[in-house]
Design a protein around this ligand. Structure first.
Ligand code: ZN
Length: 128
């Protein structure tokens, strides 16, 4: 299955990594504008905030991973972690679910949303 979907942990990791780069980029702008002191200060503070935020995100991933369900991917036989009801394998991007009711169904990230599931349920339970 060629789904354009990456596992949540990988997504958040990419996000945290790009934040670090953005932070350094912004600080570099600060060096470029060092003739204007207040602007340099603003860039440095912004850059620092990005980096601090990135550390927070990394910490958050750590918390998520400890709570995530660890399973062996049926596709590539490597251990991967699932967050929520549907997620993708961290290694081969195979869509995985922990919900038996969703097995074999078309992969949809919206299954992670409670409202969406509720709407689905109501639809199937509607009397004729
Ligand atoms: Zn896999």
């Amino acid at each position: 299955m060629a789904l354009n979907y990456t596992s949540k942990i990988n997504k958040i990791r990419t996000f945290a990594l790009s934040l670090i780069f953005i932070g350094f980029g912004v600080m570099y702008l600060g060096i470029l504008t060092k003739k204007i002191e207040w602007l340099m200060a603003v860039f440095f503070i912004l850059g620092l905030l990005c980096i601090i935020f990135s550390t927070v995100v990394y910490f958050w991933i750590g918390m998520l991973s400890t709570r995530a369900r660890q399973i062996i991917c049926p596709s590539c036989d490597k251990p991967t972690k699932i967050i929520g009801r549907v997620d993708a394998c961290m290694h081969c991007k195979q869509p995985l679910t922990v919900d038996k009711n969703l097995e074999g169904k078309e992969f949809d990230e919206r299954y992670n949303s409670k409202d969406y599931r509720k709407a689905l349920k109501e639809e199937t339970q509607k009397p004729e």
